[in-house]
Design a protein around this ligand. Structure first.
Ligand code: PLP
Length: 396
């Protein structure tokens, strides 16, 4: 039977990682895969997460099933972290379900939309995280794009974006990166968020916010301002939350889908449907990561320690942005100040596919084929060589 299957092309980012592993150069630099790295190039488990894991193992007396919508403590804690301490005054309107990572949350949200309105169209930013398209499309939604990034001026193409949103049919779903846009690092300003919220409310479009990097841009509250503003402006919205990056729980698959409904009755219907859909996908979400996050957020001491470490991660990324921007400007004679304004782990360098290959083959610098770099892969010890090598590639 399986000989009928076709070969899957190598994932471009995983291909970059494999090539990096094989490279024996002592000065190689990995700016490819999207995980946070510390000063030593390692992807750490935060101290508070480690402590919560130890406490959990000591305290847990059973691993019996929980429920298709997961751990209720985790769901509420993470919803509060994103929507704010009063849940925007709309706690009763929320339907919550734990999901395997932000990816599982996106998929479960897409399934819910498809159950409510089969074949709906979902619009994603151009460009967007590559996995948005298969994750949302496999649920049966039609996936289209709206204009977003201007790679010449390294800004948001805001007027074309608003114009496109104005044209969409009521009920269309709009995926927005809540903060730290992947792959560009270019977020909407608070004024632009307000204008987008206004169009979505007026045109009766359904926002689907993807929050994969809360705390890694500015801080936990400012990164979630987009969600809080949107929750005040529209009757219904979805938020997919990932705890992979900010809690360092990548492989534990820890995420939440939060659906804001027009009223308590609708929220109760949506909760039931989320449970039913989860049953058809993975039956129950994995518990470990969610139980750990619940412990970290509900212990004042662990929560404080986690926030301190997260703040350090964001500060490190933003300091590397400044160092890289200044070095690139000095080495190329071109203006790279925009790298400092962008937020989160990624920016996209103005390199052609050939220049990306040249950076790899001639200078042992590895990045995604579209020029996306992981800023956390930069370090004070490699930034000078990196900028000089990239300047050579850009001139060559
Ligand atoms: C924009 C965006 N959304 C969602 C995710 C999903 O993360 P995960 O499924 O690993 O929690 C990622 C991960 O890289 C991402 O970059």
């Amino acid at each position: 039977m399986f000989e009928t299957l076709t070969r899957v092309p190598v994932d471009p980012i995983l291909g970059v990682s494999a090539a990096f592993q094989k490279d024996t150069s002592e000065t190689k630099i990995d700016l490819g895969v999207g995980v946070y790295k510390d000063e030593a190039g390692k992807t750490p488990v935060p101290r508070a997460v480690k402590r919560a894991e130890q406490d959990l193992i000591a305290a847990q007396t059973s691993k019996t099933y929980l429920s298709p919508i997961g751990n209720p403590g985790f769901n509420l804690q993470v919803a509060e972290l994103t929507f704010g301490s009063d849940f925007g005054g709309r706690k009763a309107d929320l339907a919550l379900a734990q999901a395997p990572g932000g990816s599982g949350a996106l998929r479960l949200g897409a399934e819910l939309i498809n159950a409510a309105r089969p074949g709906s169209t979902v619009y994603v930013s151009d460009p967007t995280w590559a996995n948005h398209i298969p994750l949302l499309g496999s649920a049966g939604l039609k996936v289209e794009k709206y204009p977003y990034y201007d790679p010449i001026n390294n800004t948001v193409r805001f007027e074309p974006m608003l114009d496109a949103l104005e044209q969409l049919a009521a009920g269309s779903v709009i995926v927005l990166h809540a903060c730290c846009h992947n792959p560009t690092g270019q977020d909407l300003s608070p004024e632009q968020w307000a204008a987008v919220a206004d169009v979505l409310a007026r045109r009766r479009l359904l926002p689907f916010l993807d929050m994969a990097y809360q705390g890694l841009g500015e801080d936990l509250d400012r990164d979630a301002a987009s969600i809080r503003l949107m929750a005040k402006a529209v009757p219904e919205m979805l938020v997919a939350v990932s705890c992979s990056k900010n809690f360092g729980l990548y492989r534990e698959r820890t995420g939440l889908i939060a659906v804001l409904n027009a009223g308590h009755e609708a929220a109760s219907l949506a909760t039931g449907q989320l449970g039913r859909l989860a049953r058809t996908l993975w039956s129950m979400p994995p518990d470990h990561g969610a139980a750990v996050v619940d412990r970290v957020l509900s212990s004042p001491e662990l929560r404080q320690d986690w926030m301190t470490e997260l703040r350090h991660m964001a500060n490190r990324i933003n300091s590397l942005r400044t160092q890289l921007a200044d070095r690139l400007t000095a080495s190329t004679g071109r203006d790279f100040a925009w790298v400092k304004q962008q937020r989160g782990m990624f920016s996209r360098l103005p390199l052609s596919a050939e220049q990306v290959v040249a950076a790899r083959e001639q200078h042992h610098i590895y990045m995604a084929p579209d020029g996306r770099i992981n800023i956390a892969g930069v370090s004070p010890s490699n930034v000078e060589r990196l900028a000089e090598s990239l300047a050579m590639v850009m001139q060559g």
